[in-house]
Design a protein. Structure first.
Length: 304
């Protein structure tokens, strides 16, 4: 039985690559493959699929994403061409929420700088400066989907006063503040978990950062597109906000060099879902979607 042809536009851990190569004839764009052979594309939340690649695959029927974000896919084009799209939600929710909380604690308590203070010998000369309390503070969560709800559950354990902003009110026990600027005014810690859509582009901007204020922290585990990064850099450089902890950036991994000297910024390499257990589960779920499609079975986690 000939193996179906798939185009791979993202890299995967060896265990996933071995399984993909065993089940499919995998192609890469740099191999200049015959794109008429391609029935499915395997990608990731970070990589997406360029619209021109979708258009160059006349027999494309499925895009399988290793990740939850599908902002890198032209869904309207896919709908027009009856191309199905799957992602890997749920299996990565907990890890993303864990990292958001970890980043909040790290920036508020300056954990990396405190490590350096102890490790460098500076502690022999001075105590580490006092930092910010987290427990009992006010949290604003922008986006109350799976990840936002997992973040809120964690923050409830810290006794935080939790409010959120979303397109509509959700059946959750937290204060609904629809306007992002009002949410920023409320929050000591503003945590962005919302999926990136045209409606959320630069939803965090100069106005919301001003509202967050000099005692406020921004934490972003969503997409860089949700933040006006230039406005954020201006706010950090002028101490208009207390700090920011970021897992995603414009033009990542080539992040803006203005971030490098900032002591009030915690920089993470887009690794919210990057634990062994979660990445194994993501790879399995992506492959389960691919094999369901080729077996003519219902998809496991369809987006469209
Ligand atoms: C990436 C992500 O998929 O889930 C998402 O949308 O951004 C990440 O989990 C992961 O980094 C693999 O590229």
């Amino acid at each position: 039985m000939p193996k179906p042809h798939i185009l791979q536009v993202a890299s995967y851990p060896a265990w996933d690559q071995t399984a993909l190569d065993a089940a499919y004839t995998t192609h890469r764009l740099e191999q200049n493959p015959d794109l008429s052979l391609i029935e499915a594309i395997a990608t990731s939340g970070g990589a997406g699929v360029a619209t021109e690649v979708i258009q160059a695959c006349p027999n494309l029927k499925l895009i399988a994403i290793y990740g939850v974000g599908y902002d890198g896919i032209d869904l309207s084009l896919c709908a027009e061409r009856n191309i199905q799209v799957t992602n890997t939600p749920d299996v990565l929710t907990g890890d993303c929420a864990d990292l958001a909380v970890g980043m909040m604690l790290a920036i508020a308590r300056q954990i990396p700088a405190a490590d350096h203070h102890a490790r460098s010998g500076a502690w022999t000369k001075a105590s580490f400066p006092l930092q910010r309390r987290v427990w009992g503070a006010k949290a604003g969560i922008l986006g109350m989907g799976r990840i936002g709800q997992d973040v809120a559950t964690r923050l409830a354990g810290f006794g935080m006063d939790i409010a959120y902003s979303a397109r509509s009110e959700k059946p959750v026990p937290y204060t609904y503040i629809p306007d992002p600027t009002d949410l920023a005014t409320h929050a000591d810690f503003l945590i962005v978990t919302a999926a990136a859509t045209p409606d959320t582009h630069h939803i965090i901007n100069a106005a919301t950062l001003k509202a967050l204020g000099p005692d406020g922290y921004l934490i972003n585990i969503s997409r860089a597109a949700n933040i006006d990064e230039n406005a954020l850099l201006n706010a950090l450089e002028s101490n208009q906000i207390a700090g920011a902890a970021l897992d995603v950036f414009d033009n990542e991994p080539q992040i803006n060099p203005r971030f490098a000297p900032l002591k009030n910024a915690l920089l993470q390499p887009h690794h919210a879902s990057a634990t062994l257990q979660t990445r194994r589960a993501m790879g399995q779920l992506m492959r389960d979607n691919l094999s369901a499609y080729f077996a003519g079975q219902p998809l496991i986690t369809p987006v469209i």
